[in-house]
Design a protein around this ligand. Structure first.
Ligand SMILES: Cc1cc2nc3c(=O)[nH]c(=O)nc-3n(C[C@H](O)[C@H](O)[C@H](O)COP(=O)(O)O)c2cc1C
Length: 329
């Protein structure tokens, strides 16, 4: 059978990001902040416990592998390997946009990972634009068919406007989100895809009934760069977006936060928690290390870095890490 445009685009995205990087030149802003070192931590490294609860499930670390893929043959193996790693280390896992399985229900299996990740939070994914287009029953089935604990609705106006075949009518999106939040049996997470969220957007999403935000700020994967690699289009938006640190500061206190976008180490991750996030997340480094056969080593280093940050700030757990002080460089 001929591949749909959605299927081949999802494959292009993964392959282009892995081959070319397509990362922002602009940084997350986290590199300008340092934890205040505690020369008298008065705890042992072994006592550091960063476990937490997310979407009603226990996690060993407040870390999410954010949604990337699904909807074409190879995506099944990618999703299963990433979900297996998340289960092994007690993290959360999100699938990529499930639009392809609405268009072709036979592709549902490329998103199903519950059998290899029975205990962790799993997050379904659809574009906000698609919420306008599809029935509630179709959206509901995205969650139930993969036994997800939440639905991430992605907001990606930057990517769509640069993408040659992108959807550029974002009017009515907030209403569609609100209708979905009112009916869905699991919480809705609104997520950006790397250009960040402002306080005003966070407040409007809260008003629509959204329960969590993934601010996905600028400083990591640049979706305008990815789309420039696929086709010629309006240049100049390579570095458009709100840097991750700024976006956390804008949105903290409005809703519980997942902080992603350019998080590349456990030190970055720990800084996002101290800045006001509840969970940190990343996409690119996980898929790249999976492809390089270094996924376990990468995850172990990331988690060890988070624990060391907590130790060096004298923090035994997440509650204390949230209170850790940082200073500008
Ligand atoms: C290969 C790839 C595919 C992605 N596909 C999706 C997607 O389908 N849905 C979505 O919400 N976000 C998608 N994202 C965005 C990520 O979830 C994340 O928000 C963004 O890449 C910023 O994080 P990073 O800098 O750690 O990559 C994708 C990211 C990558 C790298």
């Amino acid at each position: 059978m001929q591949k749909s445009q959605t299927e081949s685009r999802k494959k292009d995205h993964v392959e282009l990001v892995i081959a070319k990087g397509a990362q922002y030149t602009k940084t997350t802003g986290l590199e300008r902040m340092d934890f205040i070192h505690n020369a008298l931590p008065e705890i042992s490294l072994d006592s550091v416990d960063l476990s937490c609860k997310f979407l009603g499930r226990e996690m060993h670390y407040p870390v999410l592998i954010t949604g990337m893929t699904g909807g074409y043959d190879d995506a099944e193996g990618i999703n299963r390997s990433l979900a297996q790693a998340a289960q092994k280390y007690g993290l959360a896992f999100g699938v990529g946009s499930q639009r392809a399985m609405i268009e072709n229900p036979g592709l549902a299996k490329t998103y199903r990972v519950r059998d290899v990740a029975p205990d962790i939070p799993i997050i379904a994914n659809i574009g906000a634009f698609q919420l306008k287009k599809y029935s509630f029953a179709q959206i509901d089935s995205l969650v139930s068919s993969i036994e997800a604990d939440a639905l991430a609705v992605h907001l990606n106006p930057l990517q769509e406007v640069i993408q040659a075949e992108g959807d550029t009518d974002f009017s009515g999106v907030l209403d569609a989100i609100s209708r979905t939040c009112g009916k869905l049996s699991v919480p809705v997470i609104a997520k950006e895809t790397g250009a960040g969220m402002s306080q005003d957007v966070a407040i409007r999403l809260k008003g629509a009934g959204v329960k969590w935000l993934d601010i996905a700020g600028a400083g990591g994967t640049s979706w305008s760069k990815v789309e420039y690699l696929r086709a010629d289009s309006a240049e100049g938006f390579e570095d458009w977006g709100i840097a991750t640190a700024e976006s956390i500061i804008q949105c903290r206190g409005v809703l519980p936060l997942i902080a992603s976008g350019g998080i590349r180490s456990g030190i970055d991750g720990a800084k996002t928690i101290a800045l006001g996030a509840d969970i940190c997340g990343a996409a690119y480094p996980f898929i790249r290390s999976l492809r390089e056969h270094t996924l376990d080593a990468y995850v172990e280093k990331f988690l060890k870095q988070m624990r060391i940050c907590a130790f060096l700030c004298g923090c035994k757990g997440i509650k204390e890490l949230k209170m850790a002080k940082m200073a500008f460089r």
